[in-house]
Write a protein that binds this ligand. Structure first.
Ligand SMILES: Cc1cc2nc3c(=O)[nH]c(=O)nc-3n(C[C@H](O)[C@H](O)[C@H](O)COP(=O)(O)OP(=O)(O)OC[C@H]3O[C@@H](n4cnc5c(N)ncnc54)[C@H](O)[C@@H]3O)c2cc1C
Length: 427
């Protein structure tokens, strides 16, 4: 594919950056080689199985997802077939045990999100909602019957889910949510759900909507699995939120509930309060910490290619200039530190030793560094950065969202600040 901006740069836009590069060895008779794509040799920390899963995911993402993303982003269109394709490859809910899920390590699951987000954060968001927030939540808190009913079809991508926590008036402070569940006045074993959720990834296309609401009688937060097919007309609406300027390759909408009848069999039986949604979010935040490193690595690879090809002043490639090299060095450093940290916390999670604060730390740091570096790398493209065919502007717009959702970075600062000082600064 050749870029439209050919009058300024006649080089082809690399569409398969990842696959086109030769494999590099870590050691040779001449000593270990530095690999700019993996500066701290994090591959040496992975098992054979994790490497194989990463390769499968990278191949699928580069061959099948990447060719679709430019048009999808322009059209603000989410192709739900992507989730079915990922299901066929066993990439959904991959770290969950049983119910048709692969049961791989948290690192392997993180490598999948990194591969997807190397293409686009919106695609990764659609997958994370399905895998971590909804399937992860059902796996952690669902009854055996709920797990059997939902998880196998969700793992295949045949049933799509969304996670409804944020409300129009309550984002960073979900404990103040207004959505309620009250006993059905005439139907025993049912509640009526009312309220509005906003900025909900996948809501317009979801078959099952995980909704967090307060029991009217007790004020306690409970989780409900709302099945769209069972909602009477007029009790559930999920209008899309259009004209976003980030995450345009994902679909986002509202959830509007008006006395929607839901059987108590669809309520999580035991979990109460914010620990329910926060547990789901912790799992998803791990995936984000890995994922955004994929987006940053893609920005770095594209900026490097561009800097080596673009010539200015005495026909020198701009990669020759120190200021450009510093930008590339900063990005490579932050990406490699971020991947290392994500691997460490993932390993601790699998050993039962990870704390929510560790997850806040890597979610905040990796999202912040990915955004800052992507914005800086964008400068390397000069005017061409404005053309969407160079992809860098799309990553920058997406990475703003990743820094904002699932706990905006400043909120994670408060979580860490509370852990460091023992004093909470939220209110
Ligand atoms: C594209 C997209 C997809 C999303 N998908 C989902 C989804 O699937 N499910 C879901 O439930 N939600 C989703 N969200 C919502 C997202 O999680 C919220 O936007 C986020 O939690 C922030 O809430 P808010 O937008 O209401 O911002 P606010 O809470 O109003 O915060 C605005 C600013 O104020 C700051 N702030 C707030 N309180 C404090 C404080 N005490 N001290 C210091 N600073 C503070 C914040 O850090 C932020 O910078 C999505 C959002 C977007 C944009």
């Amino acid at each position: 594919m050749f870029c439209q901006a050919a009058r300024r740069c006649s080089r082809p836009v690399a569409t398969t950056l990842r696959l086109a590069r030769p494999k590099r060895s870590y050691a040779s008779t001449a000593g270990p080689m530095f690999d700019w794509e993996d500066p701290l040799a994090t591959k040496t920390l992975l098992t054979e199985e994790e490497l194989a899963i990463s390769e499968t995911a990278e191949r699928y993402c580069q061959e099948r997802m990447l060719p679709r993303v430019l048009q999808a982003y322009r059209d603000e269109h989410y192709d739900a077939a992507i989730l079915t394709e990922m299901g066929e490859l066993g990439l959904l809910g991959a770290n969950l045990e049983g119910y048709g899920c692969a049961g791989v390590s948290t690192v392997a699951s993180g490598l999948i999100t990194r591969a997807v987000e190397r293409v686009d954060s919106g695609y990764r968001s659609g997958m994370s909602v399905q895998s971590s927030l909804v399937m992860g939540g059902i796996h952690a808190f669902g009854s055996t019957e709920q797990k059997e009913r939902f998880l196998p079809s969700m793992a295949q991508g045949k049933m799509l889910g969304c996670f409804g926590l944020t409300e129009p008036n309550h984002g960073s402070d979900p404990g103040s949510m207004e959505a309620t569940a009250r006993p059905h006045p005439s139907k025993s074993g049912y509640v009526l759900l009312s309220g509005a959720k906003t900025w909900i990834t996948n809501s317009p296309i979801a078959d099952v909507l995980m909704v967090w609401a307060k029991m009217q009688e007790t004020g306690k937060i409970r989780g409900f699995l709302v099945e769209r097919k069972n909602c009477p007309t007029g009790t559930l609406e999920t209008p899309p939120i259009k004209n976003k300027n980030g995450l345009r390759a994902s679909i986002t909408g509202m959830i509007q509930l008006d006395d929607c009848p839901v059987p108590l069999a669809n309520m999580f039986p035991d979990v109460e309060g914010l620990s329910g949604p926060f547990t789901c979010l912790n799992s998803a935040r791990m995936g984000i910490a890995f994922g955004v490193m994929g987006a940053l690595e893609d920005c770095l690879a594209r900026a490097r290619t561009y800097a080596l090809e673009r010539r200015q002043f005495k026909n020198n490639p701009i990669a020759k200039y120190q200021l450009v090299q510093k930008k590339l060095s900063d990005a490579a450093t932050d990406a490699s530190y971020g991947v290392l940290a994500a691997i460490q916390v993932s390993r601790l999670k699998d050993e039962g030793k990870a704390t929510p604060e560790m997850i806040s730390l890597i979610k905040r740091q990796n999202c912040d560094r990915a955004l800052v570096n992507a914005r800086t790398l964008q400068e390397i493209f000069g005017g061409n950065a404005v053309s969407d065919e160079y992809a860098i502007g799309r990553h920058v717009a997406n990475l703003f969202v990743t820094q904002t959702y699932e706990g905006q970075s400043d909120i994670h600062s408060l979580i860490l600040g509370r852990a460091i000082t023992g004093i909470q600064a939220f209110v």
